[in-house]
Design a protein around this ligand. Sequence first.
Ligand SMILES: C[S@@+](CC[C@H](N)C(=O)[O-])C[C@H]1O[C@@H](n2cnc3c(N)ncnc32)[C@H](O)[C@@H]1O
Length: 230
Amino acid sequence: MQSLPLNQHTLSRRLAHVAAQVPDGARLADIGSDHAYLPVALMRRGAIVAAVAGEVALTPFRAAERTVRDNELQPWITVRLADGLAAIEPGDDITAVSLCGMGGETIRDILDSGQAHLSGRERLILQPNGGEQPLRQWLMDHGYQILFEDVLHENRFDYEIIVAERSAVVAYSEQELYFGPLLMQARSPAFIAKWQRMLRLKQKTLAQAIPEQKRSQIERQVQWITQLLG
Ligand SMILES: C[S@@+](CC[C@H](N)C(=O)[O-])C[C@H]1O[C@@H](n2cnc3c(N)ncnc32)[C@H](O)[C@@H]1O
């Protein structure tokens, strides 16, 4: 079972870790907000001053509207039915953007196609469900430095959180893009446990009949993980 966001009063551990990375007093755009639990919980705590909850799908958009209305937060949280960063309008003066609970490639594509809606001064708080490597690649290619990374295990899943801001040129190695430059340095117990699980999964895949190109890619990853776990 995937991590449930719980509700606007009690965030899941995953969303609580994300919430901790939203700067105090931020004007937050939460894209792919679903029930808007993250912006509503932060607003209820007085941790942010305003928010936009963006949703592309009608049912979660209505759910977000309902949560905001039930908490009487309409003056501070605007819910918009929009694709990706198109939910952000120039007058919003957004200072932080969160994109959580989607695949890393989806988050990358939303950032890539919505660049015109970013000033470049926003803090990005990203919680990809897999696909972290292509997401980090996009961040590096677009001049974003990774300021903080976190990994946690909840309901049988490993979740990574990546916080980034635009900076001078940054260069990460292939392994840093794969494991996370800061996670690799910190080597937390949750990080080691994640890669022990990943190693077992990849070794199982290699025991099966798979296309040669896929095999050599996984073999390379297994080599990296084995070195990492040393
Ligand atoms: C699994 S939910 C995650 C909800 C919440 N962010 C969380 O982490 O608990 C992903 C949400 O992203 C929305 N979504 C996917 N692509 C989107 C896009 N291009 N623009 C806005 N919302 C999108 C989906 O409709 C869905 O409600």
